[in-house]
Write a protein that binds this ligand. Structure first.
Ligand SMILES: O=C(O)C[C@H](Nc1ncnc2c1ncn2[C@@H]1O[C@H](COP(=O)(O)O)[C@@H](O)[C@H]1O)C(=O)O
Length: 484
């Protein structure tokens, strides 16, 4: 009998997307900050911190209770509240999901989950605790976006600072080490894919270090904005309930000092998400620079400039046994593209919302983790690829040796300088060198003969004759120092 096994019947559930399936191990560090349970946990942190501020006040208001009738929370009560998000595990996730199935509102389900935990507070703190009677303080005067925007900002900040940035920084540090090690390693450069003025391998890598550092510095300086100002950003409900409170000051205190974010004073119902567009723009830009690096290194490998270290036991091609393929760079290239497309969509769409709010941002923001995840996966593969390559000195030297025509540039430029200094016989330098070199195969002897035929002074002739494609690298080696 033919049995048809359904993949959807298998437990634990099979992942649909590669980030949570095939690549889960590499993207798992982001789960702690960017997954749905991570967001719900962060929502709980925001809710309980808001309760603590409302009950206990802050330095700016003389540590007075903000909502009249609420007593200051004891240290134990505060610790109990703070333990709610910290204990949010498998059981809590299921409980929250059950509430959401009823409410069809994810933030309301968080509120009910906290209510539940308040009911249990007496078991831990004794019957004197006021927590069991404080359900109405949960989510007080808040709209869901007050909780969401702060939670999402903190999730993204942590995901970027704890996971993505260190992985990106590791690539830059690795490149900087290679740039330093290969600062003197001359190689042929190609512009338009044609032999051009030689450079050094280290200097070319240092260009990437410099470019990437500029973007990472922007990520490090990124502002993460947050707001807590009610349903349409007017503090209307706050004032209606507690007219004597300086709610603007309370909001500033909460966002800045309790949430560790930059206070946004002026919003509709939603935080305007402009900081998100800025951040995703910078990360997308970083991705594109890394994409350029992947393609460059892939082509250097193809040309022989870099050799790959074969991984013991690994297969290159399923049919061509000799091959070692640059698959890590190809994987990184592809995943950087996917990350960019998601980041670009996030940047473009999150900054728009109809009038005081529409809900398009909600489902869109659920993809921030994927956008960062594809980039993280790429960083991981890129690091693996970079760890497996080293310069192929023989191939690099052979390229230089077979391209003596690249010395046409220094010779014609030296002729110009001599002519400008009044040396006779130095006219039409460009044309003369072009006549000798363009489209011909040129040898060391041809170059020397040409120099001898010109009316150079002795010192210039000697300096030019001492040049080889391998020594014609200007100050490339020293320029590497500008990468930090
Ligand atoms: O504080 C409020 O809720 C105010 C309300 N605006 C809302 N603000 C924030 N969240 C809201 C809003 N409305 C719905 N929801 C809930 O958002 C969830 C959307 O689910 P998904 O599309 O999967 O991301 C899903 O759980 C929705 O129930 C308004 O009327 O202005």
């Amino acid at each position: 009998m033919l049995l048809s096994m359904k993949l959807t019947d298998i437990s634990p559930a099979i992942a649909l997307t590669p980030l949570d399936g095939r690549y889960h191990k590499q993207t798992a560090p982001l789960v702690e900050y960017m997954s749905e349970p991570a967001l719900n946990r962060e929502r709980m942190r925001v809710e309980v911190e808001w309760m603590i501020l409302l009950a206990n006040g802050f330095e700016g208001n003389g540590n007075q209770t903000i909502v009249p009738g609420v007593k200051p929370l004891t240290d134990d009560e505060q610790a109990y509240l703070r333990s709610i998000p910290e204990n949010f595990g498998a059981e809590g996730i299921a409980q929250h999901a059950a509430y959401e199935a009823k409410t069809h509102h994810d933030v309301k389900a968080v509120e009910y989950y906290i209510d539940d935990q308040l009911e249990k507070a007496a078991d831990v703190l004794g019957h004197d605790t006021q927590l069991t009677g404080l359900k109405t303080l949960v989510h007080f005067a808040c709209t869901s976006e007050d909780i969401n925007n702060l939670s999402i900002a903190r999730c993204v900040k942590n995901g970027v600072e704890q996971v993505w940035l260190p992985a990106a920084q590791a690539i830059v540090d690795h490149l900087a080490q290679k740039a330093d090690a290969y600062r003197d390693k001359a190689m042929l450069s190609l512009t338009h894919g044609q032999p051009a003025t030689p450079t050094t391998l280290g200097k070319e890598l240092a260009v990437y270090v410099y470019r990437l550092n500029r973007q990472l510095n922007k990520v490090k300086a990124q502002e993460y904005l947050g707001k807590i100002n009610g349903a349409t950003g007017t503090f209307g409900a706050h004032l209606a309930a507690c007219p004597d409170v300086d709610w603007v000051a309370v909001s500033r205190e909460f966002v800045t000092n309790r949430m560790g974010l930059t206070w946004n004073p002026l919003t509709t119902q939603i935080e305007s998400h402009d900081w998100q567009a800025e951040l995703y723009g910078t990360i997308s830009h970083t991705n594109r620079i890394l994409h350029n690096l992947c393609v460059d290194v892939w082509m250097y490998i193809s040309r022989g400039v870099f050799a790959q270290v074969p991984v013991k036991g690994a297969t290159g091609s399923s049919t061509m046994p000799h091959k070692v393929n640059p698959i890590r760079f190809e994987n990184a290239e592809a995943n950087l593209e996917i990350s960019c497309s998601l980041l670009d969509t996030l940047s473009a769409t999150l900054v728009e919302s109809r009038w005081q709010r529409d809900l398009t941002d909600s489902t869109t923001q659920r993809n921030i983790g994927s956008a960062l995840g594809y980039s993280l996966l790429a960083l991981n593969n890129l690091m693996g690829g970079l760890n497996s390559i080293h310069p192929n000195d023989v191939a690099i030297q052979a390229e230089l040796d077979s391209n003596w025509e690249v010395l046409g540039e220094p010779i014609q430029t030296a002729m110009r300088a001599c002519e400008l200094a009044g040396l006779p016989g130095m006219d039409k330098p460009y044309e003369k060198v072009k006549e000798l070199m363009r489209g011909h195969e040129i040898s060391k002897d041809d170059v020397e003969r040409f120099i001898d035929q010109q009316a150079f002074d002795k010192a210039t002739a000697a300096r030019l004759k001492a040049l080889t494609p391998a020594t014609y690298t200007g100050v490339a080696s020293k320029l590497v120092d500008f990468d930090r």
